[in-house]
Write a protein that binds this ligand. Sequence first.
Ligand code: AMP
Length: 474
Amino acid sequence: MTFNDLGLSPEVLRAIEDAGYQTPTPIQEEAIPFVLMGRDVLGCAQTGTGKTASFTLPMIEILASGRSRARMARSLIMTPTRELATQIAENFETYGKYHKLSMALLIGGVSFEDQNAKLDRGVDVMIATPGRLLDHFERGRILLTDIKILVIDEADRMMDMGFMPDVEKIVSLLPPIRQTLFFSATMPIEIRRLADKFLMNPKEISITPKTAAAETVKQFLATVENKDYVKRDTLRKLIRSEDIDNAIVFCNRKRDVDTLNRSLQKHGFKAASLHGDMTQPARLETLEAFKNSDTQILVASDVAARGLDLPKVSHVFNFDVPLHAEDYVHRIGRTGRAGREGRALTITTSADKKFLAAVEKFIGKKIEFISIEGVEETDAIIERPQSVRRKKGSTKKTPERKGRATKQKSEKISKETSPLRDSGGPAIEKRPKGNSSKPSSKPQRKPEPIEGDIIGMGSHVPAFMLRSCTDKDE
Ligand code: AMP
């Protein structure tokens, strides 16, 4: 498919050609015709898929007819951050260069006066962060009753940053008859509920990020005990054993970002944290320090790192296995430089079985183990996610025997296969075949219940639990 097939005008096509784009990306192919038809769109796509052009290009077409009135914008794009708002504004300038559309960028850090002057003249496109938009509204500087198109971009990130109450308030001030385009990189249940509330019969588009990035990145797993201090210790050992230029360490929870950062700093690493609760200037300052190599390790949450112009890094460490498999691909895609392969190392515990299995399914391959010098073998090798529960009466190895067996195997494999041995790095262990059926090396660990088992009932299930809820009492 070419851009000519999408129903765009010659002016927009010329601007696309000037931008040097040859073919539309999948989300552009799918979304543009529906936006031009006036349909609502629910897009599950992240930065890098070309999603911005998927809504800016058709919006330029739609807004080309009609005129704005003073203080009444005709379209509104809400984004979580200033950077994203600025990028969208740049997109409008690039693709709208042969149109005369007016635009206002309502973000913090820019004087209200300049923004007011623009709004007073009337704008076709208003690009705003929710807080600044509400400020303008509450000061009586804008009317939202003429909004025909609403775009909510990076909805999951807005939620993570605590903007959703503001977003809901703003949406309640808009005319109910409008076109709404809603984008989110992930679609957890809370986001889905909001989408159902804001959209009418939307065209749903889901773009799976390419897993190709994963091919250029060497990926490893370090399996340890599910204790934060063990994970932190493992991370330090991993960092020390790798030849690092700079690295991003991803955590699943915001609160862990600061804790881990403090711990790394305490152990002498040049680390800094990046998460959604930080003020804009603090985030920019942190990024600048990372880009200048004043900071070597950036500890970040997914949402804070998404959409930011981070330099390519030599290493990505996943302090936790991400809860959404696609985030894994996004995280490891931060590594890899010209002439040098990226390395992504993920710390995993028995608690991550389900998520690790989802990641491996998503990338379509198993991730290799890495054994870490200084981490006890008993900690380093535990059950694989696919492990089967040991049957009653099966012969148990004693902890000593088991430790010895594991160690011997690990040494053998690392001598034979480790590409890092020569450079003094850690032994890289190939996933031992059939490892999944081995008993856990943690002798005290209770076998985890297999999904579907009824716990604590023995083989007897009381009759009342087996009765269907529609059965009537006799
Ligand atoms: P986005 O996902 O909107 O952040 O876009 C990611 C990058 O892809 C931006 O730098 C765009 O300029 C670029 N881009 C968008 N559409 C295309 C296209 N059809 N062909 C090539 N590059 C594109």
